[in-house]
Write a protein that binds this ligand. Structure first.
Ligand code: IMP
Ligand code: MG
Length: 179
Protein backbone atom coordinates (compact mmCIF):
# COMPACT_ATOMS: atom_id res chain seq x y z
CA UNK A 1 0.00 0.00 0.00
CA UNK A 2 1.26 3.36 -0.97
CA UNK A 3 1.58 5.81 1.92
CA UNK A 4 3.53 8.59 0.37
CA UNK A 5 0.90 10.42 -1.63
CA UNK A 6 0.26 13.04 1.02
CA UNK A 7 1.85 15.97 2.79
CA UNK A 8 1.26 17.16 6.33
CA UNK A 9 0.26 20.77 6.88
CA UNK A 10 1.29 22.37 10.19
CA UNK A 11 -1.70 22.88 12.44
CA UNK A 12 -0.83 23.08 16.17
CA UNK A 13 2.79 23.62 17.24
CA UNK A 14 4.55 21.64 19.98
CA UNK A 15 4.79 24.87 21.97
CA UNK A 16 1.06 25.58 21.71
CA UNK A 17 0.28 21.99 22.74
CA UNK A 18 2.57 22.22 25.79
CA UNK A 19 0.96 25.47 26.93
CA UNK A 20 -2.55 24.07 26.53
CA UNK A 21 -1.68 20.80 28.31
CA UNK A 22 -0.28 22.78 31.23
CA UNK A 23 -3.47 24.81 31.51
CA UNK A 24 -5.72 21.73 31.21
CA UNK A 25 -3.69 20.03 33.95
CA UNK A 26 -4.23 23.04 36.20
CA UNK A 27 -8.01 22.81 35.64
CA UNK A 28 -7.99 19.07 36.38
CA UNK A 29 -5.85 19.49 39.52
CA UNK A 30 -8.27 22.12 40.80
CA UNK A 31 -11.33 20.02 39.98
CA UNK A 32 -10.01 16.97 41.86
CA UNK A 33 -8.25 18.88 44.63
CA UNK A 34 -8.11 16.75 47.81
CA UNK A 35 -8.71 13.44 45.99
CA UNK A 36 -7.16 10.40 47.61
CA UNK A 37 -6.11 9.19 44.17
CA UNK A 38 -7.05 9.98 40.60
CA UNK A 39 -7.12 7.08 38.14
CA UNK A 40 -6.03 8.53 34.80
CA UNK A 41 -7.33 6.33 31.99
CA UNK A 42 -5.69 6.71 28.59
CA UNK A 43 -7.49 5.43 25.51
CA UNK A 44 -4.88 3.64 23.44
CA UNK A 45 -3.11 4.22 21.29
CA UNK A 46 -3.65 7.82 20.24
CA UNK A 47 -3.57 9.31 23.73
CA UNK A 48 -0.17 7.95 24.83
CA UNK A 49 1.81 11.16 24.30
CA UNK A 50 -0.93 13.41 25.64
CA UNK A 51 -1.39 11.34 28.82
CA UNK A 52 2.40 11.24 29.40
CA UNK A 53 2.63 15.03 29.26
CA UNK A 54 -0.61 15.59 31.16
CA UNK A 55 0.22 13.44 34.22
CA UNK A 56 3.56 15.20 34.61
CA UNK A 57 1.68 18.47 35.08
CA UNK A 58 -0.92 17.16 37.56
CA UNK A 59 -0.42 18.11 41.20
CA UNK A 60 -2.46 15.12 42.43
CA UNK A 61 -1.72 11.54 43.47
CA UNK A 62 -2.39 9.55 40.30
CA UNK A 63 -2.61 6.01 39.05
CA UNK A 64 -2.37 5.36 35.29
CA UNK A 65 -4.38 2.75 33.45
CA UNK A 66 -5.19 2.10 29.80
CA UNK A 67 -8.12 0.96 27.73
CA UNK A 68 -7.90 0.04 24.06
CA UNK A 69 -10.81 0.12 21.66
CA UNK A 70 -10.98 -1.09 18.08
CA UNK A 71 -9.68 1.55 15.73
CA UNK A 72 -10.19 2.75 12.20
CA UNK A 73 -7.68 0.22 10.92
CA UNK A 74 -5.98 1.84 7.97
CA UNK A 75 -9.00 3.83 6.95
CA UNK A 76 -9.98 7.41 7.72
CA UNK A 77 -13.57 6.48 8.45
CA UNK A 78 -15.01 5.48 11.81
CA UNK A 79 -16.30 1.90 11.86
CA UNK A 80 -19.05 3.09 14.25
CA UNK A 81 -18.87 -0.30 15.89
CA UNK A 82 -16.72 -0.05 19.00
CA UNK A 83 -15.13 -3.06 20.64
CA UNK A 84 -12.91 -3.25 23.73
CA UNK A 85 -9.58 -4.79 22.74
CA UNK A 86 -7.85 -4.27 26.09
CA UNK A 87 -9.67 -3.61 29.32
CA UNK A 88 -8.45 -1.73 32.41
CA UNK A 89 -6.18 -3.57 34.85
CA UNK A 90 -7.60 -1.89 37.94
CA UNK A 91 -10.98 -1.39 39.64
CA UNK A 92 -12.65 2.00 39.32
CA UNK A 93 -15.68 1.54 41.58
CA UNK A 94 -15.89 4.49 43.98
CA UNK A 95 -12.69 5.96 42.54
CA UNK A 96 -12.15 9.34 40.92
CA UNK A 97 -11.33 8.85 37.26
CA UNK A 98 -10.09 11.01 34.40
CA UNK A 99 -10.66 9.68 30.88
CA UNK A 100 -8.06 10.88 28.39
CA UNK A 101 -8.89 10.74 24.68
CA UNK A 102 -6.92 12.04 21.71
CA UNK A 103 -9.79 13.14 19.44
CA UNK A 104 -13.56 13.15 19.64
CA UNK A 105 -14.76 12.77 16.07
CA UNK A 106 -18.12 11.07 15.41
CA UNK A 107 -18.35 10.43 19.16
CA UNK A 108 -19.07 6.69 18.88
CA UNK A 109 -15.87 5.65 20.66
CA UNK A 110 -16.22 8.02 23.60
CA UNK A 111 -19.93 7.27 23.94
CA UNK A 112 -19.26 3.53 24.16
CA UNK A 113 -16.34 3.93 26.59
CA UNK A 114 -18.25 6.30 28.88
CA UNK A 115 -21.23 3.96 29.10
CA UNK A 116 -18.90 1.11 30.03
CA UNK A 117 -17.02 3.12 32.66
CA UNK A 118 -20.18 4.61 34.15
CA UNK A 119 -21.60 1.10 34.61
CA UNK A 120 -18.65 0.41 36.93
CA UNK A 121 -19.78 3.23 39.25
CA UNK A 122 -16.77 5.50 39.68
CA UNK A 123 -17.10 8.22 42.32
CA UNK A 124 -16.40 11.17 40.02
CA UNK A 125 -15.60 11.04 36.32
CA UNK A 126 -14.09 13.76 34.15
CA UNK A 127 -13.38 13.43 30.43
CA UNK A 128 -10.68 15.34 28.64
CA UNK A 129 -9.85 15.27 24.96
CA UNK A 130 -6.93 16.97 23.28
CA UNK A 131 -8.87 17.61 20.08
CA UNK A 132 -12.53 17.93 19.21
CA UNK A 133 -14.14 18.00 15.76
CA UNK A 134 -17.68 19.09 16.71
CA UNK A 135 -18.85 19.33 13.08
CA UNK A 136 -18.36 15.56 12.70
CA UNK A 137 -20.48 14.48 15.66
CA UNK A 138 -23.01 11.65 15.12
CA UNK A 139 -23.83 10.86 18.74
CA UNK A 140 -24.43 13.42 21.46
CA UNK A 141 -21.35 13.12 23.62
CA UNK A 142 -19.04 15.79 24.98
CA UNK A 143 -15.71 15.98 26.77
CA UNK A 144 -15.68 18.12 29.93
CA UNK A 145 -12.39 19.62 28.88
CA UNK A 146 -11.12 20.08 25.31
CA UNK A 147 -7.64 21.18 24.30
CA UNK A 148 -8.42 22.49 20.83
CA UNK A 149 -11.54 22.55 18.69
CA UNK A 150 -10.54 21.88 15.10
CA UNK A 151 -12.17 21.90 11.70
CA UNK A 152 -13.02 18.72 9.81
CA UNK A 153 -9.56 17.63 8.66
CA UNK A 154 -7.74 14.35 9.26
CA UNK A 155 -4.90 15.05 11.67
CA UNK A 156 -1.72 13.25 12.72
CA UNK A 157 1.12 13.71 15.20
CA UNK A 158 1.55 13.96 18.97
CA UNK A 159 0.47 10.32 19.29
CA UNK A 160 -2.17 10.39 16.57
CA UNK A 161 -1.67 8.26 13.46
CA UNK A 162 -2.73 7.75 9.90
CA UNK A 163 -2.40 3.99 9.16
CA UNK A 164 0.00 3.74 12.16
CA UNK A 165 2.36 6.39 10.84
CA UNK A 166 3.28 9.88 12.04
CA UNK A 167 2.51 9.27 15.74
CA UNK A 168 6.01 10.47 16.60
CA UNK A 169 5.62 13.98 15.19
CA UNK A 170 6.00 16.41 18.12
CA UNK A 171 3.28 18.69 16.70
CA UNK A 172 -0.16 18.20 15.13
CA UNK A 173 -0.59 18.46 11.39
CA UNK A 174 -3.35 17.83 8.86
CA UNK A 175 -3.07 15.25 6.08
CA UNK A 176 -3.43 16.64 2.55
CA UNK A 177 -3.37 14.29 -0.41
CA UNK A 178 -1.25 15.24 -3.38
CA UNK A 179 -2.67 12.86 -5.97
P1 IMP B 1 -14.96 8.58 16.86
O1 IMP B 1 -15.45 7.28 17.43
O2 IMP B 1 -15.43 8.79 15.46
O3 IMP B 1 -15.26 9.78 17.74
O4 IMP B 1 -13.43 8.45 16.68
C1 IMP B 1 -12.59 8.53 17.69
C2 IMP B 1 -11.24 7.94 17.34
O5 IMP B 1 -10.96 7.94 15.94
C3 IMP B 1 -10.18 8.78 17.96
O6 IMP B 1 -9.88 8.30 19.25
C4 IMP B 1 -9.03 8.60 17.02
O7 IMP B 1 -8.26 7.50 17.41
C5 IMP B 1 -9.65 8.35 15.69
N1 IMP B 1 -9.66 9.59 14.89
C6 IMP B 1 -10.66 10.48 14.74
N2 IMP B 1 -10.30 11.52 13.98
C7 IMP B 1 -9.02 11.27 13.64
C8 IMP B 1 -8.04 12.02 12.89
O8 IMP B 1 -8.27 13.12 12.36
N3 IMP B 1 -6.80 11.45 12.78
C9 IMP B 1 -6.48 10.25 13.34
N4 IMP B 1 -7.34 9.54 14.07
C10 IMP B 1 -8.60 10.05 14.23
MG1 MG C 1 -8.40 6.89 19.71
Amino acid sequence: MKHDNYVIDDMISAKAIAARVESMAADISLHFEGTEKLVVIGLLRGSFMFIADLVRELSLPVEVDFLETSSYGDSMESSREVRILKDLRGEIKNRDILVVEDIVDTGHTLNHVLQLLESRQPARMMVCALLDKPSRREVDVKADLVGFEIEDRFVVGYGIDYAQRNRNLPYIGAVRFTD
